[in-house]
Design a protein around this ligand. Structure first.
Ligand code: 3HC
Length: 303
């Protein structure tokens, strides 16, 4: 009976709230996805954070600082949404540190030049916007409300990245080359952010049935590509995909095949920076223990 009532609520576009009955599978699916989303936001601070002290101007430094701080806040919203499903922040961190929880593959690539800050804002946040705008309509109330808040900040993230890329393509020949090199290194990993093809995506079936996802991985990937190619053309950058071609009939771009071996290699922990990212997170978490203890002691004393 409960399952039927639950599915009827989903089908009639009612939001599911923390106190509502929900199938165990729905709860577990959400904990998995929201925790990975939150971990992605926090780990994603590392590749960009590295360039705050190397920003080429005070303005650039302030913008990057604001963006990285935003990502911390996004992680906070999402961890809080995840906790409403009955899991603690400590458990979530434990799962990350033990390699039991994933985070987005994109953050396991190194950021080698300032142009990478442009490519990440433009492509990674651009891809995240496509995914997160769709997730605003997810069936779980706290996740949906968190997404609405996060999406308000993401467009600034994407625009500041595209501004960096635009400036560099209009700069010296070396700067334009740096921007093209960043696009060459970040294009395919950004495409991989949308996950495996729908046919190879074990979670998409339930995700669509329970309206956790509103669009599939392939739909979102295609939206992103169709939206981004013109932006690259506008600033004279070339997308590193020889098979990229406008398909008049489909009204979309045809594009080459993703290197799925690379994708799964990175997702399974063997990308260029996976170990470094997790070690950094473990150390930062340990170093921050005294802050958490002080807050707990203060709360205890003043309750
Ligand atoms: N990186 C790491 N893991 C990935 C992945 C990726 N790019 N794509 C898929 N996976 C994992 C899935 O988590 C799943 O693992 P699990 O079964 O252990 O949970 C497995 O690969 C199979 O993939 P599925 O497509 O079946 O899984 P999903 O239905 O969960 O789809 C997803 C994957 C599209 C990433 C979906 O989980 C999702 O939309 N997550 C929320 C959005 C998100 O996490 N975005 C990450 C970036 S956040 C960001 O960029 C912030 C920005 O401000 C910079």
């Amino acid at each position: 009976m409960n399952e039927e009532v639950f599915q009827k609520k989903i089908d009639s576009e009612q939001k599911i709230e923390p106190k509502d009955w929900m199938p165990d599978g729905y709860r577990k699916h959400l904990i998995r996805q929201i925790s990975q989303h939150a971990h992605s936001e926090v780990i994603g601070m590392q590749p960009e954070g590295k360039w705050i002290t190397r920003a080429p101007s005070l303005r650039a430094k302030m913008i990057l600082l604001a963006k990285v701080q935003d990502e911390a806040g996004h992680g906070l919203y999402l961890y809080s949404a995840c906790e409403t499903l009955g899991i603690t922040r400590e458990e979530l961190n434990e799962q990350l540190h033990q390699g039991k929880a994933k985070y987005s593959s994109i953050f396991n690539y190194p950021t080698l030049t300032w142009a990478d800050m442009g490519a990440i804002g433009w492509l990674v946040d651009g891809a995240a916007i496509i995914n997160q705008v769709s997730l605003q309509k997810t069936s779980y109330g706290p996740y949906s409300r968190g997404m609405i808040r996060i999406c308000k900040e993401e467009s600034f993230h994407q625009r500041q990245g595209y501004e960096i890329m635009t400036q560099m393509t209009q700069g010296t020949a070396e700067q334009k080359e740096m921007a093209q090199d960043a696009l060459n290194r970040f294009w395919w990993p950004s495409i991989m952010m949308f996950g495996p093809h729908d046919a190879d995506s074990p979670r998409t079936g339930n995700a669509m049935k329970w309206k956790i996802k509103r669009k599939t991985n392939d739909e979102l990937r295609q939206n992103f590509i169709d939206k981004t190619v013109g932006q690259a053309d506008l600033i004279g950058l070339k997308i590193p995909d020889p098979d990229l071609k406008w398909n008049e009939e489909r009204g979309s771009y045809d594009f080459g095949e993703v290197d799925w071996d690379e994708f799964w290699n990175v997702v399974n922990g063997n990308g260029p920076c996976n170990k470094q990212r997790l070690n950094h997170h473990r150390k930062a978490h340990k170093d921050g223990e005294w802050v958490r203890d002080a807050i707990k002691a203060y709360a205890e004393k003043h309750k």
